[in-house]
Design a protein around this ligand. Structure first.
Ligand code: AMP
Length: 192
């Protein structure tokens, strides 16, 4: 596994109701700053997005925000970060996040976060990238999503081995253990 420097964090632009989501987001930001992992994220100031940026900055870390111009023009960007990049579209933003990241962490979030997770996972599955992806499954938030992915494999839409393309982690330690042991391996997908 190549050395992981930049870590891209996907997360909700809301806080969610469970206070543990915010607590663990702040803990992750502090951990990433202390371990010298620059954070790549969507550049927003709201919700857990703003929290990951501010907790990393406050702990002396580096934050690269990548936001489409239309969201920035709505006043949604966090400007107190190391670098704020604007892109023309959401898709260009995701391409740039992939380019800058060595690994991905997915915190609790909504439809936007699901989309970012499944984009990076589906791109991994077709070898567009080989980077590790961790679902930070705080308080079992993602259990039903993981169950749906197991069902998808059981139903013949993906090989079971492709479940190993992401790490289902319930703590920061599990995320980084998973990264350290990650090997990108693809079985042949089209057997049925
Ligand atoms: P959601 O999980 O639905 O809140 O969406 C979060 C994801 O969608 C973020 O990672 C962003 O890519 C994008 N997004 C949604 N709302 C915002 C916002 N207010 N500021 C920046 N990005 C946003």
């Amino acid at each position: 596994m190549p050395k992981i420097k930049n870590v891209c964090v996907f997360c909700g632009s809301n806080h969610g109701y469970d206070p543990t989501f915010l607590e663990q987001t702040n803990a992750l930001g502090q951990y990433l700053a202390r371990h010298d992992h620059p954070v790549v994220y969507g550049g927003g100031k709201e919700g857990l997005m703003g929290a990951i940026a501010r907790s990393t900055m406050d702990a002396g870390g580096e934050v690269i925000g990548i936001i489409p111009t239309f969201l920035s023009e709505m006043g949604l960007a966090e400007t107190q970060i190391t670098t704020l990049l604007e892109t023309a579209t959401m898709d260009e933003r995701k391409d740039e996040m992939l380019r800058q990241a060595d690994a991905f962490i997915v915190l609790p979030g909504g439809f936007g976060t699901f989309e970012e997770f499944t984009t990076m996972l589906s791109w991994s599955q077709i070898n567009v990238h080989q980077k590790p992806i961790a679902l930070f499954n705080i308080n079992h938030y993602y259990d039903e999503l993981v169950a749906m992915m197991v069902k998808c494999c059981d139903a013949g839409f993906a090989p079971k081995e492709n479940l190993d393309l992401f790490i289902n982690a319930s703590s920061i330690a599990e995320i980084f253990d998973g990264f350290a042991n990650f090997h990108h391996q693809l079985p042949y997908k089209y057997t049925n």
